[in-house]
Design a protein around this ligand. Structure first.
Ligand code: SF4
Length: 511
């Protein structure tokens, strides 16, 4: 039996631009983060199964593949493309299996579009699924519930094109105890956090290292919220990462602002090589935080708390949200001032959206403020279009304000101020930096700099960051990583989308 497992590309261009580096000088697309979904599912199949993986962000789906079974893993951003692929393969008579976060959150959308649906996490039903697939035939659906993370096999990275991903992935926990009302993660994975044993995490890290990764994302929903467990795992990673002869691996993850209260966790992050994290600050509007249930961000000075995290040695990227019921048209300038005051260079800027199965979705539906398109699919688009009728402005005003905010944050003269905050606040690394510039995939940094050579403002910013690097050489790699991410977003925002074939080879470029 041949099985073809597909991670579809996202439904919106903006999502794709943020995750794929195919516009900045690569002969073949490179992805920021490897697709763990298909590699993880593949690990449950018997070794002799003829398996093929497709990450559609970097490879087109092969409709001529002779597979008998097509498995499509669908997250929140891949609904339309997932359904489209399912229809095309079913028209060929293939057996189509759909699973993933969105199938679990809104199974009614997928009913009738597949031969088999996996609702909930796959692992608890993986063995029954395999028995049926290779036995009497698949059932129409399986309900997985919550997995025991100690039983997860190591993902089949040997089947993935690792040379085309900048970062590998390990998930060390699932779930988050907080209760933000717009968060679908806790609806899918739960509020009781489950943990993968330390030795299993280290084994997965070793496999990724052996495949060439020197950057690894710990794709947890909230890595540090159970601080005693985080400390224990960080100690194990620190020992692994400082072993004699080891090339230092950089780790990144997601955490919440409460970690600022525990300097020991931050110190251990730094010792482990975990120097970058995403944090959902969302807004400094206390009323909005209260309405959304984001209590962990309330009654603290978010600027002071984030600064403490950088003082501990962890650089941050943050999410900002506009469109809360307490947001008026003044919210865009207020969020801009908030962003500029933080020691953070990069931001995800999005409008508030009510995902399926969340308390916010129910609230908006009950209030008659939910907007769905004709296919009963959420009417959202990229980072700007919400599925909520906003309280104090139109959807168009919200989209326009969000785009203004993102562009203003990305303006080089504004980014320069944040780079200076960043360079003042970030503590030096404990581990020696990786000597080689390129990891698995070729790093886009030189191409980005060459691409923006004629942009005077961007050049001035690049010069400023190089000056900061001369002042604090010990955080040079952190500055360069922040600059590379910044330039990638800036080039995308300004519509600099060159024809790949016009690019000189990377080796011929210099800063
Ligand atoms: S902290 Fe993050 S993961 Fe946890 S509930 Fe809030 S948004 Fe979800």
């Amino acid at each position: 039996m041949r099985v073809y497992l597909i991670a579809p590309k996202p439904d919106f261009d903006s999502e794709e631009k943020n995750t794929v580096l195919n516009t900045i000088g690569f002969k073949t697309p490179q992805v920021m983060v490897a697709a763990a979904s298909v590699a993880s599912i593949a690990a449950w199949f018997p070794k002799e199964t003829d398996l093929r993986l497709c990450d559609e962000l970097i490879d087109p789906v092969d409709f001529d593949d002779p597979a008998d079974v097509i498995g499509i893993s669908i997250n929140v951003a891949q609904v339309k493309r997932g359904l489209e692929l399912a229809a095309l393969f079913r028209a060929q008579g293939k057996t189509v299996v759909l699973g993933g976060a969105h199938v679990s959150l809104a199974p009614h959308i997928f009913e009738g579009h597949a031969d088999c649906l996996i609702k909930g996490e796959f692992e608890p039903v993986a063995q029954a699924f395999m028995d049926d697939l290779f036995g009497d035939g698949l059932k129409p659906s399986y309900s997985g519930g919550k997995a025991d993370m100690s039983t997860q096999p190591i993902p089949r990275w040997d089947l993935y094109p690792n040379h085309r991903a900048l970062s590998g992935v390990v998930q060390t926990s699932r779930g988050c105890p907080f209760s933000c009302n717009f968060c679908d993660v806790i609806q899918y994975l739960g509020r009781v956090q489950r943990h993968k044993p330390d030795e299993n995490v280290i084994a997965e890290i070793q496999v990724l290292y052996d495949h060439g990764y020197r950057e690894i994302q710990l794709s947890d929903d909230n890595f540090t919220v159970y601080r005693s467990r985080a400390k224990q795992l960080l100690r194990a990673i620190a020992v692994w990462n400082s072993a004699p002869g080891r090339e230092t691996v950089g780790f990144n993850t997601q955490l919440s602002v409460d970690v600022a209260r525990d300097p020991e966790v931050l110190e251990l992050c730094n010792k482990a090589g975990l120097r970058r994290a995403f944090i959902g600050l969302e807004t400094d509007n206390e009323d909005a935080l209260k309405d959304s249930g984001k209590r962990q961000n309330m009654k603290v000075n978010l600027i002071e708390e984030t600064t403490k995290i950088l003082h501990g040695g962890v650089a941050l990227r943050s999410g900002l949200i506009v469109g809360f019921d307490h947001d008026t048209l003044a919210c865009f300038e207020r969020q801009f001032s908030f962003a500029q005051a933080l020691p953070i260079v990069g931001y995800n800027v999005t409008v508030l959206v009510a995902p399926y199965s969340t308390p916010l979705y129910d609230e908006m539906k009950a209030a008659g403020r939910l907007i769905e398109d004709g296919d009963d699919v959420l009417a959202v688009g990229g980072d700007s279009i919400t599925n909520i009728a906003p309280a104090n402005m139109t959807r168009a005003q919200l989209a326009e304000g969000r785009d203004w905010l993102k562009s203003s944050i990305l303006a080089p003269e504004n980014a320069a101020i944040r780079f200076e905050h960043f360079a003042r606040a970030l503590a030096s690394p404990v581990l020696p930096p990786l000597k080689v510039r390129a990891t698995n995939a070729h790093h886009p940094f030189m191409e980005l700099i060459a691409l923006l050579a004629s942009d005077k403002q961007a050049r001035r910013l690049i010069d400023l960051v190089r000056d900061l690097e001369r002042t604090r050489p010990e955080i040079g790699p952190d500055l360069m990583a922040a600059l590379a991410n910044y330039l990638n977003e800036y080039a995308t925002d300004r519509g600099i989308r060159p024809n790949v074939s016009n690019h000189r080879p990377a080796e011929a470029l210099s800063a």
